[in-house]
Design a protein around this ligand. Structure first.
Ligand code: NDP
Length: 285
C-alpha cells in the first residue's frame, strides 16, 4: 500500500515567510523603505480579533510594518470609507485589509470597492477578480493562493489534472477555480445545489474542499491517490478543530492530504505577507 503524504502547511508557510523576510530586507537596503500593511477591524468579534492579531504579529516577524486600526462596532460606513481613503493615500501603506465580517450597517462590497486595487492584499476588489479570471497580473485572495502553492509543491505541475472545488464563495471557491484554470487543470465547481456530490468528488485527482461543513467529505468520496486540500476550519461542540474532510477516512485513500490544523491555515497568513510584498514592489516599479 502506498503511504499517504501529509502536506505540511506549517513548514511550507515557514519557508515562505523566511523568503519574504529576506526580500523585505533587500527592499529596505535597496529602496530605504519598509513595506507596510494596515489592518482595519470594526467591532469586537473575538474570532476577527484573533485573526487581526496573528496577522499583525506575522507581519512584524517578517520585517514588514504593521498598522492596526480598531473602530467601534457602531462605526458608520462613511467613517470607514474615510479611513480607507486615507490609507489609499498614505505612501507608507502598501497593503490594506479590512477584516470581514463587518457590522450590519456597513455594506462590505462598497468597502471592498473603495480600496485601491494596488493595495488590495485580500484580492477581493473587482479589478483584481477580473484580472485573475482574464489572465492578468492580480493580487490573489490569500487562502486559494496558499492552496495553489501547496498543490504545486506536492504535485509539481497540475496541467490537465481533473480538479474539483467544493464551494463557490468569493473568498475561496471561485478564486481557487480561477487559479486552477490558469494552471491548466480541468476544473469543476461543486456547491450546495450540485446533484451528486460524492460522484463529482470521486472524479477528482485534485480535490479542494471549502464548504464549512465538518467532515462532510467522506473517504468513499475520494479517488484512490487523489490530492486533497482541506480548507475547512470547523469547531466541534467538544472543542476539537476539524476540516471539511473526514481526515482518518481520507488518509486511507488519498495520495496526499492537508491536515487541519497545520495545512491551509498557516499558508493563508503567509500569502497575505507575500501579497503585501508584491504590492510594495509593484508600486515602486
Ligand atoms: P462560505 O460559507 O462563504 O461558502 C461555502 C460554500 O460551500 C458555498 O459555496 C456553499 O454552496 C457550499 N456548501 C455549503 N454547504 C454545502 C453542502 N452541504 N454541500 C455542498 N456545498 C455546500 O464559506 P467560505 O468559502 O468562506 O469558507 C469555507 C470553509 O473554509 C469554512 O470552513 C471556513 O472556515 C474555511 N476557511 C478557511 C480559511 C483558512 O485560512 N484555512 C480561510 C477562509 C475560509 P452555495 O454557494 O450553494 O451556498
Amino acid at each position: 500500500m502506498v503511504e499517504t503524504r501529509l502536506i505540511d502547511g506549517k513548514a511550507a508557510a515557514a519557508a515562505l515567510r523566511a523568503r519574504i523576510a529576506a526580500a523585505a530586507t533587500e527592499i529596505k537596503v535597496r529602496h530605504g523603505i519598509v513595506p507596510g500593511l494596515a489592518a482595519v477591524l470594526v467591532g469586537d468579534d473575538p474570532a476577527s480579533d484573533v485573526y487581526v492579531r496573528s496577522k499583525a504579529k506575522a507581519t512584524r516577524e517578517a520585517g514588514l510594518a504593521s498598522v492596526e486600526h480598531r473602530l467601534p462596532a457602531a462605526t458608520g460606513e462613511a467613517e470607514l470609507l474615510r479611513l480607507v481613503a486615507s490609507l489609499n493615500a498614505d505612501p507608507a501603506i502598501d497593503g490594506i485589509l479590512v477584516q470581514l465580517p463587518l457590522p450590519p450597517q456597513i455594506e462590505p462590497q462598497r468597502v471592498i470597492e473603495a480600496i485601491d486595487p494596488a493595495k488590495d492584499v485580500d484580492g477581493f476588489h473587482p479589478q483584481n477578480v477580473g484580472r485573475l479570471w482574464s489572465g492578468g497580473t492580480a493580487l490573489v485572495p490569500c487562502t486559494p493562493y496558499g492552496c495553489l502553492m501547496l498543490l504545486r509543491e506536492t504535485l509539481g505541475g497540475i496541467a490537465g489534472a481533473e480538479a474539483v472545488v467544493l464551494g463557490r464563495s468569493n473568498i475561496v471557491g471561485k478564486p481557487m477555480a480561477a487559479l486552477l484554470t490558469a494552471a491548466d487543470a480541468t476544473v469543476t465547481i461543486a456547491h450546495s445545489r450540485t446533484r451528486d456530490l460524492p460522484a463529482e468528488c470521486r472524479r477528482a485527482e485534485v480535490l479542494v474542499a471549502a464548504v464549512g461543513r465538518p467532515e462532510m467529505v467522506r473517504g468513499a468520496w475520494i479517488a484512490p491517490g487523489a490530492t486533497v486540500i482541506d480548507v475547512g476550519i470547523n469547531r466541534l461542540p467538544d472543542g476539537r478543530l476539524v476540516g471539511d474532510v473526514a481526515y482518518a477516512e481520507a488518509l486511507a485513500v488519498a495520495g496526499a492530504i492537508t491536515p487541519v490544523p497545520g495545512g491551509v491555515g498557516p499558508m493563508t497568513i503567509a500569502c497575505l505577507l507575500e501579497n503585501t510584498l508584491r504590492a510594495a514592489e509593484a508600486r515602486r516599479r
